[in-house]
Write a protein that binds this ligand. Sequence first.
Ligand code: ZN
Length: 197
Amino acid sequence: MPSDPIGELTELLARLPGVGERTAMRLTFHVLGTEAEYAAALGEALSHIHARVVRCEICGNYGAETRCAICQDPRRDATVLCCVARVPDLVAIEKSGTFRGRYHVLHGLLAPLDGVGPDQLPLDSLLSRLEADGVREVVVATPLSVEGEATALYVSQVLRPHGVKVSRIASGVPHGGELEFTDQVTLGRAFEGRREI
Ligand SMILES: [Zn+2]
C-alpha cells in the first residue's frame, strides 16, 4: 500500500470532536505550510500527553502529580465538594471564580442505554471523602440534561443516608447544555442559586 502521510494525518484529525473531513484537511495543509519545528512540537506534545497527565487520586481531576493543584491547595474548603461529570466542567466552574471548595469528577454520567450503570461512577471514593474531610455539602453540577439529572438524583440518594447536604446548581445553565459552554456570569448565578435536593 503506498504511503499517504497527508491522508493519514487528515484521517486522524477528523476523529477529533467537532472536526469534520474538510476541517481536518485544512488543518493538515496548515501544518504542512508552517515550520517543521511546530509540527514536531505538536507531535511531541501529543505523544506524551497520556504519560505526563494523570488523574488526581483524590478527586479525579487531571494534573501532573498524583494529587491535583486544587486538592493540594490548603486555601480550598475541603468541606464543600462540587461533583462534576467531566474535567472541562470543572475548568468552566474554576473560571467563573464562584466556587472555593474542592471537586469530585465522575468522568461520566449514568447512561443505562449506553451501558453506563451506577457501578461505573466513582462514588465509593466520594463516600470515603465525606468522613475524612468532614464534608458538609456536596453541590451536584452535572449538566441539566436527562442523564445529568438522573445522575444528580442517584448521587443524592447515595449521599443522603450519610447526613450530608446535597444541592443542585440552579437553572440558568441552558437546558441540556454543557457547563463548559456556559458563560461565567450564568454559571456563577447557577451556583449561588443552588437548591437542596
Ligand atoms: Zn484533586
